[in-house]
Design a protein around this ligand. Structure first.
Ligand SMILES: [Zn+2]
Length: 374
């Protein structure tokens, strides 16, 4: 499935070669996947010799995934099909504060989306919250009891179907399904929004660390004499590069093209350059993608000011661009929520990983007396 997702369509022989499995094993697996409708045959291709090969591709209608993103008190949701196309976009709504209200809202969303997507089977559900997974940070901006109620309701309602992720990792994984990294490869993703976060994608999976917080690039130290950060250090990257940092430094500046002060842009580029030196030297990724909820023009303007000669690293001699700007825009985390279950189907190791290791706090689906789905 992963080979098909990266390559479009392939013959059985090509899949065997790419996967390293025997042609007989691939024939059996392909038969099973055809049965389940996850893949389909597209027709014969004339080879150089022997029998013409039958091409196989992922069947876009083989299923869909539902993605939720809770951000700034609003709950968004979309559905994407197995082909990586957004096929349904639900109405965004204020996120309920209590578990019963949240359950009611989810029940309605579930019913409406099933109605809209009749005939398609659901492969899974992804939920993304904009906060580090098991950390006390940022909790002063969010009521922990409400967050608990909202995530519990999702976990109880969708049970084994749901996977949770933080926004930066989700946005990074969205690049693998919808964006610049569709062809595969290891990459680093820097998420710039109110703060700065990130994701480290290796072999199609997000590296998460012990508690799911790997990729908190916003707290890379840039200047030991800089502003105090809520993490306890001084001069962290997000103070220079984030929208929140821009607002604190220039409360009157409007975040429009040509109105963000030059000195802020130069300082943001320099901070990004310093952070890149460490990130590139430690991880040597194939590509670095800059995205998030910050507007694309702002990210481009910062990257434009970062010259290739400044801040050299192991990646300095690369022919391609040092940093690429995501084209997914401000919806990247929401798209990532929908990408989670698709990757569960197409990427075998991610499925293993999400099943065993990731939870929000200690949220485990608990048995309930009555099924809200009836
Ligand atoms: Zn910090």
């Amino acid at each position: 499935m992963d080979a098909l997702r990266r390559n479009g369509s392939l013959s059985r022989v090509e899949i065997a070669r790419l996967s390293g499995l025997t042609p007989q094993a691939i024939r059996n697996i392909v038969d099973d996947l055809l049965q389940t409708n996850l893949i389909r045959e597209t027709g014969r291709r004339k080879g150089f010799r022997g029998q013409p090969q039958i091409d196989i591709e992922i069947n876009p209608d083989g299923g869909y995934s539902l993605g939720f993103h809770a951000e700034g008190g609003i709950l968004h949701h979309v559905a994407a099909n197995l082909g990586g196309q957004i096929i349904y976009e639900g109405r965004s709504q204020t996120i309920p504060r209590t578990e019963p209200e949240m359950l009611a809202a989810i029940t309605e969303i579930d019913a409406r989306s099933r109605q809209q997507l009749k005939g398609l089977s659901r492969l899974g559900v992804g939920a993304v919250f904009s906060r580090p997974s098991t950390s006390k940070w940022f909790l002063n901006e969010q009521n922990p009891a409400e967050f608990e109620a909202q995530s519990q309701a999702l976990a109880r309602y969708f049970e084994d179907e749901i996977v949770f992720e933080n926004d930066a990792n989700a946005a990074a994984l969205a690049e693998s399904v919808f964006g610049l990294a569709r062809a595969g490869g290891d990459f680093l993703y820097l998420f710039v929004g109110e703060g700065v976060g990130g994701g480290i994608i290796e072999a199609g999976e997000a590296v998460r660390g012990v508690r799911g917080n790997a990729g908190e690039f916003g707290h890379i130290l840039i200047d030991p004499n800089g502003e105090k950060c809520h993490c306890g250090n001084r001069g962290c990257l997000h103070g220079y590069l984030s929208i929140g940092g821009l607002r604190r430094k220039h409360p009157d500046a409007s975040i429009e093209p040509n109105s963000v002060p030059d000195d802020w842009l130069d300082a943001a580029a320099a901070a990004l350059g310093r952070a890149l030196v460490s990130l590139e030297n430690i991880l040597d990724p194939q590509r670095v993608i800059l995205g998030g909820t910050a507007p694309e023009w702002l990210l481009s303007e910062i990257v434009r000011r970062l010259s290739r000669q400044d801040f050299p690293s192991v990646r300095s001699e690369l022919a391609e661009e040092r940093i690429e700007i995501s084209r997914l825009g401000s919806r990247s985390a929401l798209l990532g929520a929908a990408a989670l279950s698709l990757l569960n189907v197409t990427n075998p190791s991610l499925a293993k990983l999400t099943k065993q290791s990731f939870s929000l706090g200690d949220i485990a689906p608990t048995p309930r007396a009555t099924d809200p789905r009836g």
